[in-house]
Design a protein around this ligand. Structure first.
Ligand code: HEM
Length: 415
């Protein structure tokens, strides 16, 4: 006879669980990142796995729970739809590769991983440094800049375009599309955001269709051409899927790196001693970048349970429930990161969650680390000292990715 007290076999009373752990979560909470993280810290203490009735998803706040869930990909959870409320932001089609699972996903990873390997990224270093220097030269003499607009956004954007072999002049257009796709219309209604996203999606599709046609006619030594020649299940990737893949690489590579740059510079402007200590030992620059990536963590993966039940922390949740992992909250778990809200370059090495875990772990992490290290090195040359511009406070957002919309900096001009 079945023992109904056995958590593995007892039916889950979902309604009761949801009621007992109910706590509303606003994905687009209009507060600062730290205020939102304070709310996450409060959840971690009082209700570490909470259910948001609006959107119908579970919110995790602890490092260990996020780690458990993300490692379960293909073995209890899938990544579609990779959005907390389950309403895909970019239509019903699965985003490639981040919403694919199983064999198709691993075939995509076999194609993508070598394109972003440490050796490939190393080759790119001179180009990355050149992009950083060119952008800095654009504002150095003024002694003031909107760091987001003039560096954090165009920097990864230009590198993405160079990698893909697309025209470098399109950086601003590309960034505007990314902004609309990820953050919608600031202060606008849901309808306005949906309309703006639809328009951006149409423009991106037209742009990419042109590029695909041009590369087919005239192949080049770039990632676009490699992906056009790649095969999934023994056949070339259809244009529609290529489009999805390009969009995802674009979104994933631009918004995250720019968020870490913008959040970090906003922090350093208020903590000059931390900025100085970052460069005290050049051999430890890599560790310093990791700490910044931990502290900033812009992304938040969502998963859907596919096994009959899944144990997450002290709860057993049934198939079909959606789990949201705001990685920033996991990375501020004091269990592993004492004084988690501080940027500290002398932490013991506990791997952070910012690049995700399991089968979907970030494809571009070597590129991201290199971009960030080079950007900080070049910025240090120009701006050993800088302040936030008086009267222009940075404006932060949380959402599908977290970041800062503007960081106005003032510094001694350089000719
Ligand atoms: C600091 C910068 C970055 C952060 C914090 C970051 C974070 C992440 C995270 C958390 C995931 C996993 C999402 C999930 O599990 O659902 C991911 C996946 C991905 N990232 Fe990044 N990323 C960064 C930079 C980049 C860059 C520069 C690229 C450019 C190539 C990139 C390309 C991708 C791709 C293609 C995936 C999908 C992997 C898959 O589904 O298998 N990322 N990233």
């Amino acid at each position: 006879m079945t023992d109904i007290s056995d958590p593995d076999t007892a039916p889950v009373d979902l309604e009761r669980l949801r009621r007992e752990h109910e706590r509303q979560y606003e994905v687009y909470h209009r507060v600062s990142i730290q205020e939102h993280l304070d709310d996450m810290a409060d959840r971690r203490e009082k209700c570490p796995i909470s259910f948001s009735p609006d959107g119908g998803f579970w919110v995790l706040s602890r490092y260990d729970d996020m780690s458990t869930v993300l490692r379960k990909n293909n073995r209890g959870v899938v990544s579609f739809p990779n959005i907390p409320d389950g309403k895909p932001a970019f239509g019903q089609k699965k985003t490639i590769p981040i919403e694919l699972d199983g064999s198709v996903h691993s075939q995509y990873r076999k194609i993508l991983d070598p394109l972003f390997s440490p050796a490939r990224v190393k080759e790119l270093e001179p180009r990355i440094r050149e992009v950083a220097r060119d952008l800095i030269a654009g504002f150095a003499a003024r002694g003031e800049c909107d760091f987001v607009e003039e560096f954090a956004m165009p920097f990864p954007g230009s590198i993405f375009l160079a990698l893909m072999g697309w025209p470098i002049e399109d950086t601003a257009r590309m960034n505007a599309w990314v902004n609309t796709m990820l953050h919608g219309v600031e202060g606008g209604t849901e309808e306005e955001t949906l309309a703006a996203r639809g328009q951006a999606a149409g423009e991106i599709r037209a742009y990419m269709n042109e590029i695909i046609a041009a590369r087919r006619a005239e192949p080049q030594d770039d990632i676009t051409t490699i992906l056009l020649r790649a095969e999934i299940d023994g056949a070339p990737i259809p244009d529609d899927d290529l489009y999805d893949l390009f969009v995802l690489i674009m979104l994933a590579g631009l918004d995250t790196v720019q968020s870490v740059l913008a959040q970090s510079m906003s922090y350093f402007a208020r903590h000059q001693d931390t900025w100085d200590s970052m460069f005290a030992d050049p051999a430890r620059m890599g560790d310093a970048v990791e700490e910044l990536v931990r502290w900033c963590s812009p992304a938040g993966p969502s998963r859907t349970i596919t096994s009959d039940t899944l144990a997450v922390g002290e709860l057993t949740l049934p198939e079909g429930e959606r789990l949201y992992c705001p990685l920033s909250a996991g990375n501020r778990d004091p269990k592993y990161f004492p004084e988690p809200d501080e940027v500290r370059f002398d932490r013991d090495a506990k791997p952070h969650l910012s690049f995700g875990l399991g089968t979907h772990r970030c494809v571009g992490l070597h590129l991201a680390r290199t971009e960030l290290r080079i950007a900080f090195e070049e910025l240090r040359e120009l701006m050993p000292r800088f302040d936030l511009t008086a009267g222009r406070e940075p404006h932060e957002h949380v959402g599908l990715t977290w970041g800062v919309d503007n960081v106005w900096l003032t510094f001694p001009p350089r000719s």
